[in-house]
Structures are given as C-alpha cells and as structure tokens.
Design a protein around this ligand. Structure first.
Ligand SMILES: C[S@@+](CC[C@H](N)C(=O)[O-])C[C@H]1O[C@@H](n2cnc3c(N)ncnc32)[C@H](O)[C@@H]1O
Length: 292
C-alpha cells in the first residue's frame, strides 16, 4: 500500500502500506496506495470485523461519535458504520484522494449521511476530537512524526471511558513459495530483509506511548489474517503488493531479483506464481486503550 511520508518525518519509518520518506506527495501515488488499501481490505480484511467485535466490551456504551484517523479509503470507517448503525463518523486523512474515495464508498452503500471527512495533516495541526467514544487508528500511527503528541491529542479528545484502538501489521506478509520457478530461490526472504532494513513495518509496542498519554491499555490482541478464498482476488492483491515492493526496492536488489520481480509482475500466465493458490500469511496487532 503506497502513499507518502511527511517531509522530515524522523522517528518511525517507512510504512509498508505507504510510501517512503522525503518524496513529494502526488495524487498518482495516493491512487496507487488507495488501490492497494482496497485490495488489502477485500482480501485480508477479515480482521476488521473481528477487531470491532473484540473491542466492543471495552466501551461503556454503544458509540455515537467515532473518529477514524489516517482513514485512507475508509475500509475501517465503513466496517464501523455498519457495525454501529447509530454512530456518526469523522474520517481524517491528509490525502484528498483517499477522502474522495471514502466518500464514494459510503455513497455506494447509501451511508453518505453517516460520515464527515476532514482533510488534515496531523503533524501540522488538526481539529481537536470532541468527546469521541471510539477512535480507530489503523496502519497509521507509525507514519506520524510525533506519535506521542498525536496520542495525547486523541486521548484528550476521548469522552470518559472512550477507547482508542491502534492497529498495525504484525509482520510483512509472506505468500511466495521459496522457489517461484524463476531466478534464485529465496526471493521473498531477500525482499523482506531489504524492506525491514529500510524500516517497513517498523513500529514500537504502542503500550508504553499509550500509557504515557494517560490511557489505560485494556487489551492487546493479534488477528491472523484469513486470506480470502477467491484466487483471482489473491492474485490481484499479490500483484499490487509486489508492484509496490518492486518500486521501492529498485536499485536495492540485485539485477537477477529485479528481473524475477518483473517477470512475476508481467505474468498474466495462469501458471505464474501470482495466479497459483497463494497462502498469504499476514496479520494485525491491536491495542485497545481507554480514557479513565
Ligand atoms: C497505510 S494507510 C492506512 C489507511 C487505513 N487506516 C486502513 O487501515 O486501510 C495510512 C493512511 O494515513 C494517512 N496519513 C499518513 N500520515 C498522515 C498524517 N500525518 N496526517 C493525516 N493522515 C496521514 C495516509 O494518507 C494514508 O491514507
């Protein structure tokens, strides 16, 4: 999933579903990230409903005001809107591309009246949340320049007993066989080693930052992703993921591995590794933190 980073962002590094540091953000880049986010939700998004069901007992009452921060194309917002039919949602993202898509998705579901969008960069100032009952921050917090400040701001905007749910990818996804039948075996592990080296999916255990902000961590859980059984959808997801990996690792992998990635990506051949039954291993970690 591929977006961009705030200029000068220092502490946490490159988001796997996002972009890399220091590049100018453009809408084509955000469109590519938006496609990947939607594919990810379609293929690996079962964790969202599970996480909502898991967090519900931590809430003092059915939430009426929900904030989705770093909402992207709104997959989390939509799951929340469906689960809590009386709630009003606010979706915050710095990217207009994302927010336009989110609005289209809500409209297609007849839910346009349920969500307000706010385009804001949380590193530069954004409207203070007001008495939110639930704040959802998925694959987002590791992207901000000063997560402590953002968590404090969210925390002080929670209603008493309100919950902040932070979600991150547990590991980078794995789905290729060791030998894809092209080039040297071990391509995926070499890609993961390089991506880890440049900070993809680099996030701390969020418990301490949440507690520093005065929130009480009431739950932490892992949600393994059950990949969608639709083989074509899995292949589309794999293509989009590897396209992003190929772009980011250009010049970092040896020429043989880059050629193998190109061959995989060019392969409309049904025998291509990306069209076989992919067993996608991925998952999310969630932290639920309550304002006392
Ligand atoms: C990896 S995506 C996750 C989107 C969504 N939460 C999901 O789980 O599908 C991260 C999102 O955070 C947004 N984002 C990153 N840094 C931001 C910032 N400083 N302020 C506002 N939005 C930001 C990006 O535009 C992107 O849409």
């Amino acid at each position: 999933m591929s977006s961009e980073f705030p200029q000068g962002r220092a502490k946490h590094s490159a988001p796997p579903l996002s972009g890399h540091h220091g590049h100018h953000r453009d809408s084509a880049h955000d469109e590519a990230l938006a496609d990947l986010l939607d594919l990810d939700a379609a293929v690996l998004g079962s964790w969202q409903d599970e996480a909502i069901t898991w967090l519900e007992p931590f809430l003092p009452a059915t939430p009426q005001r929900i904030l989705d921060v770093g909402a992207g194309t709104g997959n989390g917002s939509l799951a929340l809107a469906r689960h809590f039919p009386t709630a009003q949602l606010t979706a915050v993202d710095r990217s207009p591309v994302m927010l336009e898509r989110l609005q289209r998705t809500f409209a297609a579901d007849g839910l346009e009246g349920r969500v307000n969008t706010v385009q804001a960069d949380v590193d530069e100032g954004w409207p203070q949340p007001q008495d939110a009952h639930l704040v959802w921050a998925a694959s987002f917090l590791h992207e901000v320049a000063d997560p402590d400040r953002v968590i404090r701001r969210i925390g002080s905007g929670l209603a008493a007993g309100g919950v902040l749910l932070v979600v991150e990818m547990e590991t980078l996804p794995r789905f290729l066989p060791n030998d894809v039948g092209l080039g040297r075996p071990g391509l995926e592990e070499r890609c993961i080693a390089k991506l880890t080296g440049i900070g993809w999916n680099s996030h701390p255990d969020w418990r301490a930052p949440l507690e520093r902000a005065g929130l009480e961590v009431v739950g932490q859980r892992s949600f393994p992703s059950a990949a969608h059984p639709d083989r074509a959808a899995g292949a589309r997801w794999a293509q989009a993921w590897l396209r992003r990996v190929r772009e980011v690792l250009d010049g970092q992998l040896d020429a043989g591995d880059l050629t193998t990635l190109d061959q995989l990506l060019a392969g409309n051949d049904p025998g291509s590794a990306l069209h076989r039954d992919l067993s996608i291993r991925a998952g999310r970690t969630a932290w639920a933190a309550r304002r006392p």
